[in-house]
Design a protein around this ligand. Structure first.
Ligand code: IMP
Length: 423
């Protein structure tokens, strides 16, 4: 029995949803601990594709319990919609989903401010998902947030919404945007209470007890290491700690509970939104990766920027998160693409770097590439490791060499069955 953490090692969209789904058969409790509905986790089971934003991906497995932890920012309307969509698709989650009373609520003005601030940034816009994430975490950090538990006292909740809504409307007006109606915000949130009340729990106490009882727990990270508010490509990051530390603080489990850290990386790299991207490709090769990998945002539908696997960034993500094992995803997308490359070093102002720099220097990186050759198609898309083509095996060896972490999973297609577990 163990506690595992699963973290994205790039800029999100690494394929964490599939890995959680594959692992969830042996896991009893799956926890989301940071981020909010900015996440879009795609899980494909049989002929059905589920896109989850707030509900942990592992709940597709009928025996698991899903927890939305204290570190998540929760849009209550979106959550109820997601639960109902899952039920309509035949996945009943209501009786096995818990929602932390400590989680902060994303309300109407958070989403309005997210849009207003992006407009105000003009050419420096971050390209946020406009799901209200930044403004909600700002309120949490400045101690003016409203939490899920506040919904349980509707009169006080309404009074807080009037108070905070009034303040935020002054800000919206200063930015030249229409106000939100605090009464409508309160009504909309309170209408979710019938659905959410049975889910609202002290999830910290629940998880501590579950850990004491030796139950198998998986902390499911959202976004990725390079979008972490402290360690990522600031300011082009999200507003939570996607780092493994954020998963602990956002669930209430102590650091020493953690037995294993599993990192997820694609066999190439993508990023949505603005910000530096050292291994980014341009032209037909980028378009080919995007089309083959269906690299369009699960939350916003935006085309993702695509590039080669960046071993400098990957090593940084693995080392800062203490990753034990890596799942290398979407390797099949590289099949038939022509010769593939990886970034092994950076050159900045003529100097070679192996460390991932902070801030402005990232814009000046000239990536140093190593070409590995083309990956040919492989029969049956490799149900065993020995069927993997040599170039793909070389890529796996290089990742292990550079990061000193073991590549324990190679994903060779979207289906659960298209997953190779390396012994
Ligand atoms: P926010 O999290 O909506 O504030 O967006 C900040 C940055 O993080 C933007 O570049 C987004 O595109 C990116 N981002 C947020 N969530 C995800 C995700 O789940 N996958 C990929 N990128 C994300």
């Amino acid at each position: 029995m163990s506690v595992s953490a699963l973290v994205g090692l790039q800029w999100g969209d690494e394929g964490k949803g599939k890995i959680v789904d594959v692992l969830s058969r042996s896991v009893e409790i799956i926890v989301r601990a940071q981020g909010g509905a900015n996440a879009g986790h795609t899980v494909k089971v049989g002929d059905k594709t589920h896109i989850l934003h707030l509900v942990p991906s592992g709940v597709i497995e009928p025996r698991s319990v899903g927890v939305i932890g204290n570190g998540v920012v929760v849009d209550p309307v979106q959550l109820v919609k997601e639960i109902k969509n899952l039920e309509a698709a035949g996945v009943a989650v209501r009786n096995r989903l818990l929602l932390s009373d400590r989680a902060h609520l994303v309300l109407g003005w958070h989403k309005a401010l997210d849009v207003a601030l992006e407009v105000a940034r003009g050419a420096q816009a971050l390209g946020t998902t406009k799901r209200g994430i930044g403004p909600t975490y700002s309120d949490k950090a400045s101690r003016s947030g409203i939490r899920v538990g506040d919904l349980l006292r509707p009169d006080q909740f309404r009074a807080r919404v009037r108070e905070e809504g009034g303040l935020r409307n002054r800000l919206l007006a200063a930015l030249g945007h229409a106000p939100v109606d605090p009464e409508a915000v309160a009504d909309e949130a309170l209408q979710t209470l019938d659905d959410l009340r049975p889910l609202i729990t002290d999830t910290v106490a629940f998880l501590l007890q579950a850990h004491a009882a030796d139950r198998n727990i998986l902390l499911e990270g959202a976004q990725g290491a390079l979008l972490d508010v402290d360690l990522g490509t600031y300011p082009f990051v999200t507003s939570s700690n996607c780092h493994v530390g954020g998963l602990l603080a956002g669930s209430g489990l102590p650091p020493r509970a953690l037995d294993r850290v599993l990192g997820v990386s694609k066999a190439y790299c993508t990023r949505v939104g603005a910000g530096p991207f050292p291994s980014e490709l341009q032209g037909p090769l980028e378009s080919a990766l995007r089309e083959r990998g269906r690299e369009f945002g699960a939350t916003t539908g935006r085309p993702r920027r695509c590039g080669w696997l960046d071993l400098v960034a990957l090593r940084y993500a693995v080392l800062t998160n203490g990753v034990d094992e890596i799942a290398l995803m979407k390797s099949d997308v590289l099949v038939g693409l022509g010769p593939i490359s990886v970034v092994t070093h950076y050159r900045i102002d003529g100097q070679v770097h192996r460390d991932f720099p902070a801030g402005e220097a990232l814009w000046r990186v000239e990536p140093v590439l190593r070409e590995l050759g083309p990956i040919e198609d492989f029969v049956g898309r490799g149900s065993t490791e020995t069927e993997l083509p040599q170039v793909l095996r070389d890529l796996v060896a290089l990742v292990e060499d550079e990061t000193r972490a073991r590549v324990s999973v190679v994903s060779v297609g979207p289906e659960r069955s298209q997953t190779i577990f390396r012994s």
